[in-house]
Structures are given as structure tokens and as C-alpha cells.
Design a protein around this ligand. Sequence first.
Ligand code: NAP
Length: 245
Amino acid sequence: MHQAKRFEYMTILITGASRGIGAQLALELAKDKHKLILLSRNKPNLDKITKGCNELAGEELAFSMVYDLKEIEASPEGFTDLLKQLTPELDCLVNNAGTLIRNPFEEIPIKDSKELFDVNFFAPAMLIKATLPFLKESDNASIVNVISMAAVQGSSKFSGLSMYSASKGALATLTECLAEEFIEYNIRVNALAFGAVQTEMLAEAFPGYEAPTTAKEMGKFFKWFVLEGSKHFNGKLLPVSVSTP
Ligand SMILES: NC(=O)c1ccc[n+]([C@@H]2O[C@H](COP(=O)([O-])OP(=O)(O)OC[C@H]3O[C@@H](n4cnc5c(N)ncnc54)[C@H](OP(=O)(O)O)[C@@H]3O)[C@@H](O)[C@H]2O)c1
């Protein structure tokens, strides 16, 4: 499965690639023939996106990695073994997968909050740790964490999203800290704070609300950031929103 390094192309791991923004990012990157490792739990959905990517690329450059991010805590080695089967190196880790609970703070069981933090904060943190040896092999390495405008200080807040926003806030702070720590490895770490994007996550949380941005539109912007924009930033939390002040 390993291929010789093609210098003009990147190898990119995208979490949460089975639907929404992550799937659109994958499809956009496939058009330019980047090698893609696509991670999520839902095998049929993920395989559909992987197949779509390979059709766009005209060759088999996208690979499904069916994986539940909640598993990484119990066995980081298990994750590394799976990744090693697909690639010897990575140029970019995109921590896009996320989960959302919309519930008044007083009603959220702590167990649910911990699960939310597991997926939105601890899993990205552990993925960064696990992929570090792969990223160190690249001379153009970058990590992009997906946060939310809900986690940006001073932005509009939404009732019921306290724990979701706090988990993204934790990832924002980790982004700034690791950017500093990884300077010695020449690995850039940035976070994109998305405003409302029309995806299943948004529709489930806010039925009837129409976001000003489609997942496809965000996928195009995201592709540009992964390939080009991220070269010009390190340790930055960048608002990407036309809706949320
Ligand atoms: N849509 C918005 O308005 C908006 C705004 C701000 C920020 N964001 C952030 O943008 C990112 C993408 O959101 P989206 O709207 O595209 O959401 P989405 O449509 O719900 O997609 C979420 C993705 O994450 C994956 N995922 C969830 N839990 C997982 C787990 N335990 N292990 C592995 N994969 C898991 C899902 O795949 P499986 O179900 O196949 O595992 C899916 O591919 C998220 O981090 C979200 O918080 C979204």
C-alpha cells in the first residue's frame, strides 16, 4: 500500500471525513491527487466518500480508516499500527471530527459531557501525539484543528452549547500551546473557528435554521487553507464566519 513519495503532493489525514465539512474537504483535495487517509466510524458512508475521491483523482489515492476516536485512549498503539499500514509519513493532520450536544447546562449529565470532551478534545490531542512521528518525517508539516466560533472569546454564544463550546475552547488553547512546543520540529499548528455551515450536525442541533455557508463552499476554503493558507500562520485561531460576530 505504501507508495514512493511524490514530492509535489501531500499526504493528509482527515478525521470526520464520512460526511459534512470533512467529506467535502476530502473530495476537494482528491481533485488535486493528494494522498488521503479518511477516518470515521461509519464504514458505508466513509467508503462512499473514499470511492468518490478515487474517482475524482483517477487513481487509488484515498484510503478509508474505519475508527472510533473514543478508542484511541485505550490503545494509541492500535491507532499507530493501523496508520502505519496506510502511510509511512504525514504532511498534515486535520482534526475535523466532532460531536455536539445541545442541552441546557443544568440538564447535561456529566457522563455525556465527558464523552463530548473525549471526542472534541482528548481524541484530537491524542491523535496529535500519535501522528507526531509521522509528521516529523515531512518537511512541510502542519496540524489543523477545527474549533468553532462558539469557542472564540467575545463571539456570540448560543444557549445549550456550553459543553460543546468549552470542549472547542480547550482545543483552541491546546493549539496555541503546541504551536510553541513544536517550533523545534518545524510543525505548524493552527485552528479554524467555523461559523454556521449547513451540515447534518447543524441541522440536528438547530432544525430549520439555514446556514449562510454550504459544506461544499467550506470544503473549498478548507482545501486552500490546508494546502496554502496554513503556511503563513502558526499558533493562530482563525475565525471563518460570515454569520457569527
Ligand atoms: N456545521 C457547523 O455549523 C459547524 C460550525 C462550527 C464548527 N463545526 C465543527 O466542524 C467539524 C465538522 O462538523 P460537521 O458540521 O461537518 O459535522 P458532521 O456532519 O456531524 O460530521 C462529523 C464527522 O465526525 C465524525 N465523527 C464523529 N464522532 C466520531 C468518532 N467518535 N470517531 C470518529 N469520527 C467521528 C463523523 O463520522 P462518523 O459518524 O462516520 O463517525 C462525521 O464524519 C466538527 O468538529 C464541528 O464541531 C461545525
